[in-house]
Design a protein around this ligand. Structure first.
Ligand SMILES: Cc1cc2nc3c(=O)[nH]c(=O)nc-3n(C[C@H](O)[C@H](O)[C@H](O)COP(=O)(O)OP(=O)(O)OC[C@H]3O[C@@H](n4cnc5c(N)ncnc54)[C@H](O)[C@@H]3O)c2cc1C
Length: 390
């Protein structure tokens, strides 16, 4: 099998890249180890920055997003029994849109298949070879058979646990990382949201986030210890803890309903540099992870491949190498801005297991500053909705 760009991974990064390449007349094949059913129902992120929405619309993927996505012009910060709205659109002129990652994935798969694109499900890349030659090869397994995909370039869009990053020789990549002493218990519930905008709550028992996926579905998160067992969280305990941390404002209560899904996600900051080696280009979670507090993961994945799509177009269309050569540096500028913002939001809103009273006072002072200083609120808002230029 041969193509121009071999893409490993059918998450937001790999699928969007394949779509962008198609629009530029460049062929690609996407290899995905999971089934179509699995990737279309994998519940993860749900906040799209304005730039991501613009990209999806500009490239013809925005029809259902336009209909079903929920535009939010602010977020709420809840602490000390008070509630404060950060009016993002008033401060920045931009907004976010709530639309589940699995919906973005569904829309992209539908567009690729309708255009005759090649997305091979249950095809696991096992080894990348010849990355420092003109014709790299992706060795993959499908239906119990070993197959090869020959290409001009490989795009490693296979997430944190993928195979691509590991194909770079030792000593080339530098890793920057931080793990946090807590995790998030995420809950999807069939309960009409009691809020119109996301509520970020800082409570002495830990952080909680109230968000939504549709007028019928709520998405809620609780800070839990990093090694927590999901079995320790029957639904009743989850709702009781959510009530304690979120019902801190007089007269307000959350809506409960059947829990459709629950899982625990570790919190990690992680960046690998550079995002390229020879003919391998890495994008999305394969090279960087942020704690989800800033809602940046999926947005960064889309921003990476927007750059990569233009870079491949310049290479194939005009024999230009400058954009491919500059890809890593350009992408990393946005990645590090998002790293800082995600770390900052996480530090401001979570409590530590063995809480240092000094740290707790700093968190309180930071929250108070955000809700009293227009300059500080604008800084939060412009990062949250996504900076057009970094
Ligand atoms: C459990 C979880 C919850 C999250 N929650 C949030 C959230 O609430 N808010 C937020 O902003 N962000 C969240 N994120 C982050 C966000 O979902 C990611 O940043 C986003 O998925 C990145 O997209 P991607 O395309 O780079 O990687 P992925 O979406 O991980 O896609 C990679 C794809 O590669 C495939 N793959 C892996 N290895 C191979 C292989 N060897 N061969 C072929 N295919 C392979 C995988 O199956 C997957 O489909 C969450 C992430 C996780 C893991």
């Amino acid at each position: 099998m041969r193509t121009q760009v071999g893409i490993v991974g059918a998450g937001p990064a790999g699928l969007m890249l394949s779509h962008l390449l198609h629009l530029h007349g460049i062929e690609s094949v996407v290899l995905e180890c999971r089934s179509r059913e699995y990737v279309e129902h994998r519940v993860r992120a749900g906040v799209l920055e304005q730039g991501s929405v613009d990209l999806l619309r500009r490239t013809g993927i925005g029809e259902r997003l336009q209909r079903e996505g929920m535009r939010h012009e602010g977020i709420e910060l809840r602490f000390d029994g008070e509630s404060h709205r950060v009016p993002m659109t008033e401060l920045t002129g931009r907004a976010i849109t709530v639309y589940g990652q699995q919906e973005v994935v569904k829309d992209l798969i539908a567009a690729r298949l309708a255009a005759g694109g090649s997305v091979l499900f249950e095809a696991e890349a096992v080894r990348l070879a010849g990355l420092d030659s003109q014709s790299p090869v992706i060795h993959f397994r499908r239906d119990g058979r070993d197959e090869q995909l020959h290409c001009d370039f490989v795009a490693g869009c296979d997430g944190f646990h993928g195979v691509s990053r590991g194909a770079v020789p030792d000593g080339v990549l530098r890793t920057y990382e931080r793990t946090y002493p807590f995790a998030w218990l995420g809950v999807l519930a069939a309960a009409p949201p009691a809020v119109d905008e996301l509520v970020y709550a800082n409570h002495e028992r830990g952080f909680a986030l109230y968000s939504l996926r549709s007028p019928e579905i709520s998405r809620l998160y609780l800070q839990v210890p990093p090694d927590e067992d999901i079995a320790a969280w029957p639904d009743e305990r989850i709702w009781a803890e959510l009530r304690t941390r979120l019902e801190t404002v007089a007269g307000w209560s959350l809506n409960e309903g059947p829990v459709l899904e629950k899982s625990i996600t570790p919190m990690r900051s992680f960046v690998v540099e550079p995002m390229q080696w020879e003919r391998l280009f890495l994008a999305g979670d394969a090279v960087h992870i942020v704690p989800p507090t800033g809602a940046k993961g999926m947005n960064l994945a889309l921003a990476d491949v927007a750059l990569l799509g233009d870079a491949f177009a310049a290479w194939y269309g005009q024999h230009r190498t400058d954009l491919l050569d500059g890809y890593s540096a350009a992408a990393l500028r946005r990645v590090w801005r998002a790293q800082h913002f995600s770390w900052w939001m996480t530090s401001m809103l979570h409590r530590l297991e063995k809480d240092d009273p000094y740290e707790a006072k700093l968190r309180a002072a930071t929250l108070r500053y955000v809700v009293t200083s227009p300059a500080y609120a604008t800084s939060l808002a412009e990062n949250y909705v996504g900076l057009p230029e970094v």
